[in-house]
Every structure is written in structure tokens, then in C-alpha cells.
Design a protein around this ligand. Sequence first.
Ligand code: DI6
Ligand code: FE
Length: 414
Amino acid sequence: MAVAMAAAVTERWDGLLVGASLATLDDDAGYGAIGRGALGWKDGVLGYVGTADALPGDPASLADEVIQADGWITPGLVDCHTHLVFAGDRAREFEQRLQGAGYEEIARSGGGIVSTVKATRAASEEDLLAQSLPRAQALLRDGATTLEIKSGYGLDFANERKMLRVARQLGDRLGIGVRTTFLGAHALPPEFSGNSDDYIEAVTEWLPRLHAEGLVDAVDAFCERIGFGNAQVRRVFEAARALGLPVKLHADQLSDGDGAALVAEFGGLSADHVEYTTQAGVRAMADAGTVAVLLPGAFHVLRETRLPPLAEFRAQDVPMAVATDCNPGTSPLLSLRQAMQLACTHFRLTPEEALRGATVHAARALGLSDRGVLRTGLRADFVHWRIGHPAELCYWLGGALAERVFSGGKVLQT
Ligand code: DI6
Ligand code: FE
């Protein structure tokens, strides 16, 4: 008897949430719905995912804290593509575009990304953290528990390093998972004007140094007419491969540059944007297991009309993730749920596809297998939503639907 009681005590969960419906997403299709569910966790890991009725005892005897809840629980959202660390804003450029100036035209005349580079270089590390923190907090408040954050507005060693350090600090400060991506090959800084090959050479030299400081989880590049060409991206990817770092790519956003096939050739985690990706690119992604990251915020803000090859992705079973692309130029978007909404309206994703895109498939786009679904043994990252059906996550524009957001079993305070 004493032995049995001791066993029960050691298995006691830290927390148990009872009564809400669960969208586990732990099936190949559907929401993986469990009505009147229960979720128990210990030491930041899920220990029970199932119906309330099948709990092995009275809730109060099972956990230190019992939360009675209605509404729905989903996995914590994973924003797998953001540029949320930057200084300043580009609201003025937004006005110019509304008066007819094109995004590429502004970039070529010294505005665009390079103007954010100036502001980011001028900011101290503390200031950059202070400016970026509210953006990360906004994403968290609407359900994100994992953020990918790219560099790419520093474009020299010290400033790329500063951005990546700030990204790490955001993760520590907020108690969430942050994955950093080195995007040195984002734009050509003015001091390398006319010399893009030399700049790429410099990028490949910075990468091992930044990696040695533990600042890099993956490597990305902007493969585009106004970015870098395939041969240059290849050099960056080879440098990543030499360090065993995974790659991803801003591919075929404004024009078809064979970007999807290139990143697939390197076994890349994801090809992102992909509006102009061809059938051959989709096939290469399918063969390599590369995720398509859809970024409907940039599509929306740029008033793009060319749709990503959605039917092809579905036909070839290429997983589609959805992310905010939070950045000051093309996607000043501070809610992943809003990105899911835009993915439904612009790309005709079903709400279920959009939810999978912002959880399961997004985790895969970051190479993370410990989150993205509600399953025993995975991280206790989940969101308790005040909704009557999961489609509401994609239905409301704006609003505050998250009752509580949990990361590693702890309620996030933002
Ligand atoms: N594609 C994008 O949508 C962002 N970067 C990129 O390569 C835009 C970045 C910016 O305009 O500041
Ligand atoms: Fe981007």
C-alpha cells in the first residue's frame, strides 16, 4: 500500500487542464479532435493527452494544479519565418507604395531593406532588444510559443551578431523557444556595392564565427533578382553544409529563380514564399522532403496576384507551413493567427490546413520534432482558446482569442 502511494505521488503532474476540447493534430488528417479532453504535464512535457473520462483518477489527486476549462486547446503555434528583430519602421515606404512606387523600385533606389539596415546598425543591442520585444510579445499573445528569427539587417559581422544575440535574448526573456537563422545573404550592403561576390565571400567567413558562438541554428538567403543569384546562394549553402547546419531559402518570391530546386538539392528544411515556383521545383521539394512555407502577409501587403502552386503542393504531398514573415517592409504582421486567416482567404487553405501549417508543418520547417502536435512525451506547448470550433482561429480577423498560452508547461506572461 505504501509502495503504491509513493508511485502515485512521483507520477503526479505539475498541471492538469480538464474539460476543453483538444485539437491534437496527431493524425494525418482532421483536427485530431477529442471532446471533453484533458491534458496533463510534468517538467515541461506532456504526460497525458486524452479524454477527461479516461483519466486514471480524480483530477485533484493527479496534479498539483487543476484547471477546469472550456473552449479548445491546440498545440502552441510555431512561427517558422520572421524577421522581427529590426530597428525603425518603413511606414513612409508603405505610403510611397500606395502612391504607385514598386517594392523592387524602392529597393533599387536605396530604400527598402537597406534603409532598415541603416537603422539597425545605428541601434545599440539594448535598444534593438527594446524595439523588438513588443513584436515578439504580440506574436505570443496570439498563440505563438516558438519563433524563428532571422538576421539580415546587419550585413556586417558585428551587426549580424548583434541581431542574433538579441534573438537569443528574446527567447530567454520570454521563456519561449527561439530558433535563429543567419540571413547574411539578404541584401547587398552599400559598402560592397558592385561587389556582390566579395560580399558572399565575407558572409561565408562570418558564418563559422557566429556558429562557434552558438548563435546560428540554420542558414537562409534571399535568392532573387534584387537579392543573390543561384551560384552565390550555393556558396552560402556549402558553407552551411560544412558546419552541419540546415538550410532554407527565400525562393521564387518575386520571380522564378529555380530557388526551390536549389534548396531541395541541399536537402533544405524549407523553401519560403514560393509564389513563382514551377512544377519541377515542387517535384524536387517533394523528393527532398522540403516544406513549402507560405507567407500570405507579404503576398497581401505587396498586392501580389501570382499564387503559389498550391494544387501541385497538395498533389505531391509537400507539407505547407504558414508563417508571418514579420518584417518592416513587406509584412508588418504581428499575429500568426492573422497569417492563417490570410492563407485561407488568399490561398484557399482550409482552416485545418492553416492550423497544421502553423503547428506541425512549421515545426518540421524548423527541424523540430518535439512540438507541433499534442502528444504524450512532447513539449507542453499549447494554447487555450476561447472558441467553439477550431475554424474560428482562421475566421476572426483580429481580436484576442487566446485565454492562456503555455510554453514548457508554464503560462506565458506578456
Ligand atoms: N523577402 C521578404 O519578404 C523580406 N525579406 C525577403 O527577403 C522583406 C524584407 C524587407 O523588405 O525588409
Ligand atoms: Fe522573409
